[in-house]
Ligand binder design. Structure first.
Ligand SMILES: Nc1ncnc2c1ncn2[C@@H]1O[C@H](COP(=O)(O)OP(=O)(O)OP(=O)(O)O)[C@@H](O)[C@H]1O
Length: 563
């Protein structure tokens, strides 16, 4: 189990923000961000610090001022976050990195970058190939395949579809019981070198839907998912073994308020973007609530506060398609785990494994440093803070048959070791039921010989010395009548009574041989005849060693060997 990691990146002020001298309101530390509410600060009777909210994260990056000592460059982000994705891939985990934030906050810059300043996607691709080169084991072969899609107006489009397949045709999302969600008919491209990937990334970005909005003149109007399928194949104990990791690198569309001056297409796009982001919020919320339930700390009040804020920020979103609306979820205060509405949007269906499933996931929230984006930044920070409590269940994606064969082989080796150490013919541990013992052994002429392993006598059942004689006793079975014949001088007792001469054994008897072997005698023939329930023994103790004493109400169900 692994918690979703959450990082935040603050972009530099835009030219417009610099021009209009918008105040900066963030104080960024390595693992926390404080945000000032200037309106609150101006209030006459505001309590000190009531205008500052602080959020803790796994890592915070300030890219506000390139000359500042703590400036986080594209390289810094790759070295920390990109390398975590690569580490997971080479171990065999699925991994996801999701960039979330307001329009124009730097998601595409961080994920894709510019030709002069490459972002995480091209750097991770480069990183895979350079690691293959440096870590390359001669016995392992590697395969890298990529696919690139966008979700535009709730429809999936292949950004790398060739001329034959029309790029505009919508594809269906399906779910494989073991491999998880996938897009039917999405093209996959085998890439032998890093330069091949660069061409495909360029092609995909060129095909992505962008448009001017009031905040950002090249705004991404779709969610883009770039997937790397990374296969490592080798031989493990002479068995072919494939470990396949799926890396989802996601550049989400930004949320923004609808501007009535925009054309119908822009408004509809915005509504669809917001709908899928609301669903994403609901999914994150349900998962966070479930993980809090499992740690017995339900913070419903906190959850509801957070939800109210999400719904404030993206209030133009149409109601969710299924029965799960914000209010219906936020109203519940049950102690049962809540339903996670993955199916309410294409985005959340596709990200099912990244959120609460089989993947190591990083959520990267991007924000603006300026006071003009205060409410959107607060909303993003709350969103991100919530995602921190999501618990995923990543596992190494190896072929299950290979794993079973490996485990069985290990088990065989363990049992072989056990046999080697326990010596020849010694029953270890001995059975605790004599009839079972007789049945398991080779009962020649109805006789079973019992003794210790040191002697040369041919025995049917071999027990360990010291208190077992070389030839200890015989158990004779004639038509269901079983008699114990002790060798003179050997330690045998039935129900605590020393046996010196041949003695018939009855169903339920406790037989002790030497000091260490105790058996519960179960004779199925007699058991059938008897209408009485089996004798039960609750307490047994050795007194003196080698003999049994039964307590007054002694009744036995089963008796394990007392060694
Ligand atoms: N860390 C950064 N350093 C320098 N410039 C940045 C940084 N982050 C963002 N920018 C610039 O800010 C502008 C908006 O960034 P970007 O296009 O990445 O936003 P976005 O969040 O993807 O927006 P949308 O959701 O509308 O697509 C771009 O011109 C980009 O170059």
């Amino acid at each position: 189990m692994a918690n979703v990691k959450v990082a935040v990146r603050v972009r530099p002020p835009s030219q417009k923000e610099v021009r209009t001298a918008v105040p900066l309101i963030l104080d960024v530390k390595e693992k926390s961000i404080a945000i000032r509410n200037l309106k609150q600060q101006r209030l006459k009777f505001a309590a000190p610090n009531s205008s500052v909210a602080e959020f803790a994260f796994d890592r915070c990056y300030s890219s506000i001022d390139p000359n500042a000592p703590d400036y986080a460059s594209q390289e810094t982000l790759f070295n920390e976050l990109g390398n975590q994705v690569l580490d997971a891939a080479f171990i065999g985990f699925n991994a996801s990195l999701l960039a979330y934030g307001q329009t124009g906050s730097g998601k595409t810059y961080t994920m894709v970058g510019t030709p002069d300043s490459l972002g995480l996607i091209p750097r991770i691709c480069e990183g895979i190939f350079s690691r293959i080169k440096s870590e390359c084991k001669s016995s392992t072969s590697y395969k890298v395949e990529i696919s690139f899609l966008e979700i535009y107006n709730e429809q999936v489009r292949d950004l790398l579809a060739g001329r034959v397949q029309k790029r505009t045709s919508a594809l269906r999302v399906r779910e494989h019981p073991k491999k998880g969600p996938y897009v039917q008919g999405l093209s996959r491209h085998v890439v032998p070198t890093c330069s091949h990937i660069a061409e495909l990334i360029e092609q995909g970005i060129a095909n992505r839907t962008t448009a001017a909005t009031y905040v950002h003149d090249a705004s991404s109007r779709s969610h883009a998912i770039f997937t790397i399928h990374f296969t490592q194949a080798n031989l493990q104990e002479n068995l072919p073994c494939e470990v396949i990791s799926k890396l989802n690198l996601v550049d989400l569309a930004g949320s923004e308020r609808a501007d009535p001056n925009f054309c119908r297409t822009r408004i509809m796009e915005g509504a669809n973007i917001n709908r899928s982001l609301v669903t994403l919020g609901n999914v994150i919320s349900a998962l966070a609530e479930n993980s809090m339930l499992s740690t017995s700390c339900v913070g419903s009040q906190h959850v509801n506060l957070w939800r109210d804020n999400i719904s404030d920020t993206i209030s133009q979103a149409p109601p969710a398609t299924s029965g799960y609306s914000l209010s219906s979820i936020s109203g519940r205060r049950s102690s049962h785990p809540c339903y996670v509405p993955y199916r309410d949007s294409v985005l959340t269906r596709l990200l099912k494994d990244s959120l609460g499933g089989n993947a190591k996931t990083i959520v990267l929230a991007t924000i603006s440093p300026s006071s003009s984006s205060f409410s959107e930044t607060m909303s993003t920070l709350r969103y991100a803070a919530r995602a921190k409590s999501i618990v995923n269940r990543p596992r190494v994606n190896e072929d299950p048959n290979v794993r079973i064969i490996r485990e069985l082989r290990q088990e065989v080796e363990r049992l072989k070791d056990l046999l080697r150490n326990s010596g020849p013919k010694v029953l270890n541990p001995p059975p605790n039921n004599l009839i079972e013992m007789l049945h398991n052994s080779d009962t020649k002429d109805g006789k079973t010989t019992i003794g210790c392993s040191q002697g040369s006598v041919d025995l049917d059942i071999v027990l360990e010395p010291p208190s077992i004689e070389e030839f200890h006793c015989t158990v004779e079975n004639q038509a269901g009548v079983v008699t114990l014949i002790p060798k003179p001088g050997s330690m045998c007792s039935i129900n605590g009574r020393p046996i010196l001469h041949p003695c018939q054994m009855n169903h339920g008897d406790i037989l002790v041989l030497g000091e260490n072997y105790t058996f519960h005698f179960n004779n199925p023939v007699e058991a059938k005849k008897s209408r009485n329930p089996p004798i039960l023994l609750q307490h047994i103790q050795k007194n003196p060693p080698g003999f049994l004493e039964l307590s007054e109400d002694s009744r036995v169900i089963d008796l394990s060997p007392n060694r």
